[in-house]
Design a protein around this ligand. Structure first.
Ligand code: APR
Length: 317
């Protein structure tokens, strides 16, 4: 039987994700959004590209969660993105978004779980780590089936900046970024290489640190340029995770998952290397971090915890 992927939110990230899901012919797609007509329009537009692009799958746009029934994977992108307030001209911080998007993501999760109780949910809505907590809390799903997309995007940005600086192919840059999806994320230079050559042999420390800083502020740089948050790279990172799950590829992708003792953290979603396969999170890989790296991860974990605390959920016993 063909696989089914539901994308919640037919905005920029949702529709771009649907585009790449379709072009890779990964699954039938259901796009759902609260706005009447929007998901239907996006679905019709995308479906009309099929004869040209040569993909063959069912694409449905809907405002009705019954149409999402029996999805294998669900991507939640619905929410309010970081966007300049037209009245005040100010950008909300990630933290300010937490309550607004909790009230969006919570009720959506209830609907999704009712119709697809065995699905694997990938969360994209920001503040990412906190929204993962919302989905896990409301769904009651085991941790294997609630996964946040963050590290895949942050790692992609880090690799891109390195390739740009060195003038080499991005294909040959290998790296990983751990931690929360915020300014305290943890790019790991000790685990960064170009075709196996350690990054510190290729680049002076000041350049490397500038790239790390740029990676940490990567989302904000795009918001500053466009006046709204990014969508191409967030969508492609999400689709890479979905592909690994649907094809049981068992790719190792930094993802926000609910830690239960790994890296010394409990009951906290944070970005760590994960094996993603047909059952969702198949394994958390525990790296041997040095003291400096662990200290940075601690800072990131504290930042995540402070946002998660805004949700007001009681800590698990
Ligand atoms: N139910 C369904 N859809 C909703 C709901 C809801 N309750 N509330 C909002 N949406 C939809 C909006 O109608 C909109 O189409 O979510 C979509 C969000 O799209 P955009 O505003 O274009 O935002 P986008 O750029 O796609 O970002 C979505 O991903 O990367 C993160 O920070 C980003 O949290 C943001 C999310």
């Amino acid at each position: 039987m063909r696989k089914k992927v539901t994308v919640v939110g037919a905005g920029a990230v949702g529709s771009t994700s649907a585009h790449w899901l379709a072009s890779k012919e990964l699954a039938d797609i259901v796009l759902v959004d609260v706005v009447q007509g929007l998901p239907q329009g996006v679905a019709l537009d995308l479906a009309s590209a099929a004869p040209v692009e040569d993909f063959d799958l069912k694409i449905v746009g809907t405002n009705n969660y019954e149409d999402t029934a029996d999805s294998d994977v669900i991507l939640i992108t619905a929410g309010v993105p970081r966007r300049k307030d037209p009245v005040t001209g100010k950008f909300p911080s990630r933290d300010e978004l937490v309550k607004i998007n909790q009230d969006v993501v919570g009720p959506i999760t209830e609907q999704l779980v009712k119709h697809s109780p065995n699905s694997i949910i990938i969360v994209v809505t920001n503040p990412l780590d906190a929204m993962c907590h919302v989905v896990k809390h409301i769904s009651g799903f085991p941790r294997e089936r609630v996964i946040g997309q963050a590290g895949a995007l942050d790692t992609a940005r880090y690799k891109t900046f390195i390739a740009m600086e060195l003038g080499v192919s991005v294909e040959d840059v290998h790296a990983i970024v751990l931690g929360g999806h915020g300014d305290e994320m943890v790019p790991l230079p000790r685990h960064t290489s170009v075709s196996g050559i350690p990054i510190r042999e290729l680049m002076p420390e000041d350049k490397l640190q500038a790239i790390i800083e740029r990676t940490r502020k990567g989302g904000g740089e795009i918001v500053g340029l466009m006046g709204r948050s990014a969508y191409y790279a967030p969508a492609s990172a999400s689709v890479a995770m979905i592909e690994s799950i649907l094809k049981d590829k068992k790719r190792v992708i930094a993802s926000a998952v609910y830690l239960q003792g790994e890296y010394g953290y409990n009951d906290l979603f944070i970005g760590v290397p994960c094996v993603l396969g047909s059952t969702g999170l198949e394994k958390v890989i525990v790296m041997d971090l040095n003291d400096e790296e662990k200290a940075m991860l601690d800072v990131s974990a504290r930042a995540v915890r402070s946002v998660v605390d805004v949700l007001g959920y009681a800590k698990p016993a």
